[in-house]
Design a protein around this ligand. Sequence first.
Ligand code: B16
Ligand code: MG
Length: 224
Amino acid sequence: MMTKFADIKGFVFDLDGVITDTSVLHGNAWHQLADSLGVSWNDDLANGLKGISRMDSLEMILKAGHKENDYNQEQKVALATQKNDNYVAEVNKMTPANILPGMKAFLDDLRAKGYQLSLASASKNAPRVLDKLQLADYFPKVVDPANLTHGKPDPEIYTKGAQVLNLDPAQCIGVEDAAAGVQAINAAGEVSLGIGDAHELAAADMVFADTASVTLENIAKKLG
Ligand code: B16
Ligand code: MG
């Protein structure tokens, strides 16, 4: 790896599964929709949806049940809206207690040490989630997924995450829990930090088992 710790000036964060565990809420809302459509649910399907946009997630679920040709576009939008309404109802119950372990301390440390922060979440609900977690102040720069041409694993969202900070991608660490997101970070030319299963995230430059172990000190040790 070429990048040294001292070269790093900014962090580009994924939201779901990194700062908070909305992946569980997304999963529950999709599971409910899948049941109502008669599509059987399993862990592989749930994991495969992480980091994937709302409409692409719906397509994956319909495909898993061989139902991709059963609905027209308007009906698909209605199904996605139904899922989102259920999801938003759960998001509205979130509080700062839903920030994943260690993440508030990590963000405080990054801010105190002058690192720039941006958000590269595929979620159109990201501003609402940040607001509920009382973290909106930490992320004045949020990439709007509505303006993206391609979803993760395409690098676009991470490229923009560095751009909004006026940094070179090589000066940024991208933080992700999803394999599709790690691929996106790598393709954007940023240093990839994966949180989760080391096998699932094998493509990442560094992997931490959980959010609590993500500290600047530990990153410095891995990056050298
Ligand atoms: P929404 P991330 C992603 O967020 C989620 O991981 C994924 O499950 C979800 O479908 C996607 O956002 C879109 O979310 O329906 O709220 O627009 O992991 O990129 O922060
Ligand atoms: Mg994620």
